[in-house]
Design a protein around this ligand. Structure first.
Ligand SMILES: C[S@@+](CC[C@H](N)C(=O)[O-])C[C@H]1O[C@@H](n2cnc3c(N)ncnc32)[C@H](O)[C@@H]1O
Length: 284
């Protein structure tokens, strides 16, 4: 019975029995687990050529090569930063309201292309990631010389993973202060020194509306130039385009495999505005 059980009961039975079973049987458990793991890998390998042919016929050889390369490069980046941020966490597992999304991080290449468009003032700018998940964007931002970086995350478990990743990567980071806050973004008051906000498709609906209001209030209270990087699935309504306190809007082109549009907005003018408006007219 124990051998055929594939789910949690396998582990439960194993945990109950672990004190009494002989060593050889322990090895059998391990071998069975390994067999499962290998079978999944084998299945993936068998399916890979068919998937690749479909992808090439849909997107062409050049885009498929770029896609494949982005995966190899991602593995390398994770290894070089000593982090593990790749595996997604479904919203069902997190038990959220339907308007809050699960964990699905930005791709490394995409984050690089966003940062290329943005000027970071060393020791001055402060980065905030709404829904930091396992901390990929937070770690990647902290490679740049931000004065401090904050990640806000609803899931306690994901906060712990993010903190572990930051701890492992810290020697490679230039930002001296990185904080993960376990909170609901809609109730989180934006600190007065935040100058760059990253919103990678973390929530929609009322939660997003409340977050937008928090940002507006923060600028109203402490007027300062602020950059908002906002990502949403292609074709979805861009709610930021309706905010008359945001000016300038630039789109960072999407790669076919992410299906996510990224827009950069500016907010909060002062007499000494450093950022130039990207478009003279407010976006309606
Ligand atoms: C699409 S992932 C973004 C991951 C991260 N920004 C990155 O690119 O590395 C969305 C994240 O938002 C978190 N989230 C969803 N609703 C939230 C809320 N109301 N407050 C804070 N975090 C939330 C999820 O737990 C998930 O980790």
């Amino acid at each position: 019975m124990v051998w055929r059980t594939k789910t949690g009961s396998f582990d439960a039975v194993r945990r109950m029995a672990i004190g009494s079973i002989p060593l050889c049987q322990e090895r059998c458990f391990a071998a069975s687990k390994e067999k499962n793991r290998l079978m999944n890998t084998a299945q993936k390998i068998i399916a890979a050529p068919r998937k690749s042919i479909c992808r090439i016929s849909d997107h062409g050889l050049w885009d498929t090569t770029k896609w494949a390369w982005s995966h190899v490069a991602a593995r390398y980046r994770e290894w070089s930063l000593n982090i593990e941020t790749e595996s997604w966490v479904d919203v069902d597992k997190l038990g959220y309201d339907p308007e809050c999304h699960g964990y699905k991080p930005i791709t490394f290449a995409r984050f690089d292309s966003v940062m290329k468009e943005i000027e970071v003032k060393p020791g001055e700018d402060v980065f905030l990631d709404y829904g930091c998940g396992k901390g990929r964007a937070l770690v990647l931002a902290s490679v740049h010389p931000f004065r401090r970086a904050i990640g806000v995350e609803l899931s306690t478990e994901l906060c712990d993973v993010a903190r572990e990743n930051i701890g492992r990567a810290v020697r490679r980071l230039r930002c001296p202060a990185i904080e993960v806050v376990n909170a609901d973004a809609s109730r989180y008051e934006v600190p007065a020194d935040v100058t760059m906000i990253f919103l990678w498709n973390s929530f929609v609906g009322q939660t997003l509306a409340m977050v937008v209001e928090q940002i507006r209030k923060s600028i109203e209270k402490n007027n300062r130039p602020l950059t908002l990087i906002y990502a949403l699935p292609q074709g979805e309504k861009d709610v930021m385009a309706e905010c008359d306190w945001l000016y300038g809007r630039r789109q960072i082109p999407a790669s076919f495999w992410t299906g996510i549009d990224v827009f950069v907005y500016q907010a909060g003018k002062t007499e000494r505005t450093v950022y130039q408006p990207l478009q003279s007219e407010p976006v309606r």
